[in-house]
Design a protein around this ligand. Sequence first.
Ligand code: IVH
Length: 667
Amino acid sequence: MKQTEAKEKLETLRKQLRRYNYEYHTLDQPSVSDDEYDKKLRELLDIETEFPQLITADSPSQRVGSEPLDAFQKVRHNVPMLSLGNSFDEQELRDFDRRARQGTEEEVSYVCELKIDGLAVSLKYEDGLLVRGATRGDGTTGEDITANLRTIRTIPLRLDAPETIEVRGEAFMPKKSFLSMNKAREEKGEMVFANPRNAAAGSLRQLDPRIAAKRNLDIFLYGVGEWQGEASKSHSERLERMKQLGLKTNPEWKKCKNIDEVIEYVNGWIEHRADLDYEIDGIVIKVDRLDQQKVLGFTAKSPRWATAFKFPAEEAVTKLITIELSVGRTGVVTPTAILEPVQVAGTTVQRASLHNEDLIREKDIRIGDTVIIKKAGDIIPEVVRVLDDQRTGEEEPFSMPETCPECGSKLVRLEEEVALRCINPNCQAQLREALIHFVSRNAMDIEGLGEKVIAQLFQEELIHNISDLYKLDRDELLQLERMGEKSVDNLLKAIEASKENSLEKLLFGLGIRYVGTKAASTLAQEFGVMDKLMEADADRLVQIPEIGEKMADSIARYFDKPQVHELIHALKQEGLNMEYNGPLLNEGPEDSPFNGKTIVLTGKMENYTRSEAKNIVQELGGKVTGSVSKKTDLLIAGEDAGSKLTKAEELGIEVWNEEDFANALED
Ligand code: IVH
């Protein structure tokens, strides 16, 4: 492909992908299948790899999270980002309305919006291109978090019109993502986030954008800082126009003719806030007409034309009946408070996670205590504190057991972890949880095996470990509750089909610590077959560019265990595929200088295009990566090589020029 042709093709692809992205993430109405999207994205990535000089800042490929920063740059907001005055009840809302009508000497209508509980951010677009994203900071000066914000898929990298505009909004983490992230963190013995707001803010304040990229954040934009040539006359018009530009606004906003309608809106949401998939902590009420906003102006801290109605605190008092313990897949033992059922924020709460022993001790929580509970940002019930003055003396202090509540083996606290773990590989609870993971979608993808069925299989002793899954027979399954002929046949079919899965699905399913889907794929590609992976020690594993020390160590230790060897052997006996079914990495001729090496190409060569050189290296068994690190074996640098060359020299990595490359090929 010629460069001019590539450029045109890239423009078309980017436009299509931008559209698909918007339909999928912002409108929630995809017009094409995931496969089709992936195909187009792959096409784009291939062309960009071949013509790296054509990569633009607004390309959909630029969302994955760039290299870590050293520090955030300070950013001055031209128009300060103010906060809002609060109202706590109906009377205060009526007072706000009276002041607005007195101040304007007119009737006033309002826009009501949900007050999203996240992190306030500003996005600046120049001629339609996203040029900067920043935190609010102290209102005057914030921090440049562009690299993190770019990873949020609902933030357009380019607007649908070449506007120069600075918009404001709230970045947040949806409740679902928050819950699953915390669950995974708890399993790994890591600290959990207290609520989605902390999780969102914590993710966006990381210097490494790859962290934010993994966190599934979202945004709603609700206002304008500056807008060159703005035509809107009211806030509601602004919201409509922002939406037309491709900016994600919250769909629940409403125009209200007077304060009575405002109060009705507020009361409606006090009741229904639990139905939303994101946290809100109130309602923002804004005077709609911009000319009236101007007349009303600002106090030192906040606009006189808006107020935030804050929801009443969602707390309740109840009794802690007992503390239950559960064992997760990785053996982490988690204490849960069992409560007398009580209503909080629209739902009945009867359990609250206590996370770990440290927390129980810190709050001095005892069995029988009267406690205040709240829903941490509304989703996860949490014990706020104990009401000491309600104690009768009957309360019993709690300490974590020394042995596993399921299997009785001794619990251990691993270094630097807050969690206690059961490390008995035959612990039933762990096996049950491990099987739930093994059959999950990204792992062996066996449909029809829900948690309840798995619990039954263990209870009825039809299964003792993962490989028993492949020994289940039809008659046994038919005896289980709620399992009819059809579901049993479908289940058996799904189990049988899973035997053909490519190696990476099995690897992920094994639940090796730190090995996610991506690492599983890398390992499957690198080693091709299970046996080779099992032989690899940590030194060998850490040579793979995507595998860090911690992961390498964990993989090597996993495959060192005799019971893992037994498991793999048993799975082989059952006929499970142990090979990677995708395209294999090339192994070059024996005397190839590139075999098994990680190579970076940079600069311009006279006789080879970048993609030609890349193909040659790959055919000769080399692996080409994009950036120089400790794991790079060789840098091939053409003319005008820049920072990659400097870095390679700093790290003492071997560097070749074009002539060296050509000579090696001749040899
Ligand atoms: S308007 C000048 N609208 O609440 C007023 N704020 O204390 C600008 N927030 O810092 C704020 N949802 O982070 C506005 N729909 C919404 C909002 C909202 C959440 C946050 C924002 C601000 C704080 C107000």
